[in-house]
Design a binder for this molecule. Structure first.
Ligand SMILES: [Zn+2]
Length: 317
């Protein structure tokens, strides 16, 4: 955040000589830094997507440079500032288009980025998820999900969510492919092929764990709802969970996913008690998020009343 304004200042002041090589090198350096020298698990292009569309908001420096040049062109066309270079006999017909793009670098950047990523609207991972669960998740559902992720201010929780969406975790299948291993069977049951969906949902002991969490959630919310993988793994909640309980649901399923991720390569399966302890920690995180966002105690109580009631009868050691 601190570096981008400094670069933008440079972009607007000096031409970058041999810019293709320069931007290529910066991209390589950034990738090395982000992935700590390891093989990238998410395409650079997807990292640059805006957060509201499921991207990571990584600045595309090349695009920012283009925008910085573009702001000059705008000034030349409008010719409001007589101190700058005059474009003689310039036909001002493009003026109206450029005027719409007020001199606001981020607005222009977002527009160019949208064009740049128009082919990535339906991401590869969205198709992968549809193949795994056996039916299509509509684009509107994904778009709602990008908004829902703001339920917490905690970055560890958001990170877990993004890792799930982008299928970031290394599965036995991926391991076998990378290291050319003979076996790609699941580390836990040692029977089935260790695909992403198997490791997170279909593996017998994990399925049992999700069943237990499902039963606990029904007790907590005092309602009956369908147990769908997209709800538990991605937080794509259907209408059978009331609006004011969705935040608690997000925290509850993230707590479960965090426990599975913690024992990713081991055979240990988390217990309901482990989940309750984690969930209790998240209640405190939710309180902090509400405090940062200046939410009223009343709203917090309304959202978390059911969780408080549920936790009252539980003894945590
Ligand atoms: Zn298994």
């Amino acid at each position: 955040m601190n570096i981008l304004p400094k670069l933008l200042f440079l972009f607007q002041m000096i031409p970058i000589i041999g810019k293709d090589d320069c931007f290529k090198k910066w991209k390589t350096d950034l990738t090395k830094f982000i992935w700590q020298g390891k093989k990238p698990r998410i395409k650079h292009k997807l990292l640059t997507g805006i957060k509201e569309r499921g991207g990571f908001g990584l600045p595309d420096l090349r695009l920012y440079y283009d925008v910085a040049c573009f702001t000059w062109i705008k000034d030349w066309i409008k010719l409001d500032n007589s101190d700058i270079l005059d474009l003689e006999e310039w036909n001002n017909r493009y003026g109206c288009i450029i005027t719409k793009l007020k001199k606001n670098i981020s607005k222009m950047y977002n527009l160019l980025l949208e064009w740049e990523l128009k082919d990535e609207k339906v991401k590869e991972v969205m198709i992968k998820w549809a193949c795994d669960i056996g039916y299509v998740i509509r684009l509107e559902q994904w778009e709602k999900l990008w908004k829902d992720i703001k339920f917490t201010a905690c970055y560890t929780i958001r990170e877990n969510f993004m890792k799930m969406v982008y299928q970031w975790y290394l599965t036995p299948v991926k391991f076998a492919k990378i290291y050319k291993l003979k076996s790609n069977t699941c580390w836990r049951c040692k029977k089935e092929i260790g695909t992403m969906f198997h490791m997170w949902w279909e593996c017998r002991p994990i399925k049992q764990f999700w069943n237990e969490i499902y039963e606990e959630l029904k007790k907590m919310f005092k309602i009956s709802f369908s147990k769908k993988p997209e709800a538990f793994l991605l937080g794509l909640i259907t209408n059978d969970i009331p609006e004011n309980q969705r935040k608690v649901f997000h925290y509850a399923i993230t707590a479960a996913r965090m426990l599975i991720a913690k024992n990713w390569k081991g055979r240990k399966i988390p217990s309901v008690k482990d989940w309750q302890i984690k969930f209790c920690e998240y209640i405190n995180l939710a309180r902090l998020t509400a405090y940062i966002r200046e939410q009223s105690d009343q709203k917090l109580l309304k959202e978390w009343g059911c969780a408080k009631e549920y936790m009252k009868n539980i003894v945590l050691e």
